[in-house]
Ligand binder design. Structure first.
Ligand code: MG
Length: 437
């Protein structure tokens, strides 16, 4: 501990001298990462208007990201560091938690599966990413009571957060929309809406979430619903795109909550020609999507090679052929919007708090500090000597919007270089000054 304290002033002086030599003001945002673009700050609470998903302000938006794998089989990627890597390196704006229901999933181990899902949701909320909580089931209409219990819990815990998107039935098989899937969906949606009036709910459609045209002809009577369209590029082609077009023309919103680059089994070839056509189609219609899947299983659709770390930090050699292709797509499509979030965050921070160099400077005994704040917030202003020791605190209080001035009298302080440090909600700013007697 003593060593740490001994080095701190030296390190501090080095940093400060670099700042002085460069004659610049250094602003250190609280969020240090250049990649820290919180898409939720830009889009807010999503809504559905007509056949589009729109932001809180009403602009059409498309989210692009990754689905995790069945939680009971490859749950190791359900952790904070992995989600952060997907945000920062893959530039995902949405992550899908595919909570297994059957086959050793939630029906068998509800506490364990719930914990995994909550970990992912909490991470996404912290990181400003949208999150789909997916009832990953092919027979959900047989588990309606359990689904309602689960989603009521989700709505109670997270229904007020803009991040959360519900997906209530991953892939119904070849069962009736009107007699099976729709009644199930109405029951589950009504229970969610009794707690959470507004977050988007994705409704599964028959034939492994392909019959969006059928659902569109007989939709549910609730607000903010989207319908799931799933495709695997080497198996599902123009005829499925035609069904999607029919559905959109009938006025429902579609969310591609799962797609694969290969055959519907998750294996086989990657069909780059169809992927290109599907990509253009989704882009043209502003469809949100998640690729299947973050897994290190030995199958084509798995984005990772066997043994890829559970906590991200993957090199290119950790990515499968499919994973590398999808990562590039996500980056290419999301980067422009994420860059705009970063720019606007930086300019907001700068607008929120502006300092003016103390005047006069150099000064003989007395000098004035001025700063402007655009919203009420707590401001502290401290003065340090060349050793990095805090000499005095001039300010530590909640301040109102506007221009503020603080006078300072150095009294009997010796001549030399001093530093002052402002700290606000979002910014820490150092500046230097010279006292000359
Ligand atoms: Mg809500």
């Amino acid at each position: 501990m003593k060593i740490k304290h001994f080095y701190f002033p030296i390190l501090f002086c080095l940093v400060i001298n670099i700042i002085l030599l460069a004659n610049v003001t250094v602003s250190l945002p609280v969020f240090a990462s250049e990649n820290d673009a919180r898409i939720v700050d830009l889009y807010g609470h999503l809504q559905v208007k007509g056949n589009q998903i729109v932001s809180q302000k009403g602009d059409s938006v498309a989210l692009r990201g990754m689905s995790l794998f069945w939680s009971q089989w490859i749950g190791k990627y359900y952790n904070y560091d992995c989600i952060k890597w997907l945000r920062d390196d893959w530039r995902c704006t949405v992550v899908r938690a595919a909570m297994a229901v059957e086959s050793g999933g939630y029906l068998t181990n509800p506490a364990a599966e719930l914990a995994k899902v909550k970990t992912v949701i909490d991470a996404c909320i912290d990181l400003g990413v949208y999150v789909i909580v997916d009832w990953h089931d092919h027979h959900a209409h047989n588990h309606q009571a359990e689904a309602i219990t689960f989603f009521k819990q989700m709505a109670t815990l997270y229904g007020d957060k803009p991040n959360l998107i519900y997906e209530i039935y991953n892939e119904p098989e070849q069962v009736s929309w009107a007699n099976v899937v729709k009644p199930y969906s109405e029951a589950v949606v009504a229970e969610i809406r009794s707690i959470d009036p507004d977050n988007i709910i994705i409704v599964g459609t028959p034939t492994w979430s392909q019959d969006v045209d059928v659902a569109a002809a007989n939709p549910l009577n609730f607000e903010n619903l989207a319908y799931a369209l799933h495709f695997y590029a080497a198996s599902h082609k123009q005829s499925l795109r035609n069904k999607a077009t029919t559905a959109l023309n009938r006025g429902i919103a579609i969310f591609v909550s799962e797609y694969g680059t290969c055959e519907y089994t998750g294996t086989g070839i990657i069909d780059y020609v169809e992927l290109g056509t599907w990509s253009d189609f989704m882009d043209a219609h502003k469809l949100s999507w998640c690729n299947w899947s973050i897994a290190d299983k030995n199958e084509t659709s798995a984005a990772l090679k066997s043994g890829a770390s559970a906590t991200g930090n993957w090199s290119s050699s950790d990515l499968s052929e499919s994973g590398a292709w999808v990562r590039e797509k996500i980056i290419a499509w999301n980067e422009p919007v994420l860059t705009s979030v970063q720019k606007s965050k930086r300019s907001n921070d700068n607008l929120k708090f502006n300092t003016i160099q103390n005047y006069p400077n150099p000064f003989n005994a007395t000098t004035q500090f001025q700063f402007y704040i655009a919203s009420p917030q707590r401001v502290t202003l401290d003065i340090y000597n060349i050793l990095g020791e805090r000499i005095t605190s001039l300010l530590a209080k909640d301040m109102q919007t506007g221009l503020h001035q603080v006078s300072f009298n150095s009294n009997d302080w010796p001549s030399g270089t001093y530093f002052y440090r402002y700290e606000t909600e979002n910014m820490t700013t150092f500046k230097g000054m010279q006292l000359i007697k």
